[in-house]
Ligand binder design. Sequence first.
Ligand SMILES: [Fe+2]
Ligand SMILES: [Fe+2]
Length: 170
Amino acid sequence: MTTIGKKMQDAMNEQINKEFFSSYLYLSMAAYFEDKNLMGFAHWMRQQADEEGEHAMKFYNFILDAGGRVYLKAIEAPETDWKSNLEVAEQVAEHEAKVTASIHDLYELAQQEKDYAAQVMLQWFITEQVEEEKNAAELVAKLRLIEERGTAVLMLDHRLSKRNGEGDEE
Ligand SMILES: [Fe+2]
Ligand SMILES: [Fe+2]
């Protein structure tokens, strides 16, 4: 077995940090919704936060399996307040687009480095990001439609509370 290269190891350690930051950001959004008594929104964000922690651990385990070394870095503090539910959803969409770009950069690096194992592993993330961006776009679209009208927000809150452990709604 070939050991993971230095460049790939550094980049994946960086990605561990990004995934944990994502987790922290979504947990902060959960706390924001919890404070507004929107428990369905909060539930959705908590699940999102859990998934990001799992993403971080996928990179953590891959580095170890590939004979590398994990180095954890400080996690930046997330924002804590937003102007509206829509603004939260828009930030989720924006954030996921950034994560997609960094996954694509990792894939390009894996190609340059001829790291085939990393390429296979990253394909899972490429597919996952399509799903993540779709979910975020859907949430933004629904909230735009609602324009923050009270009863509609409560109905969406109820729907979001039905999200299951696998991360897909319905
Ligand atoms: Fe992620
Ligand atoms: Fe994500």
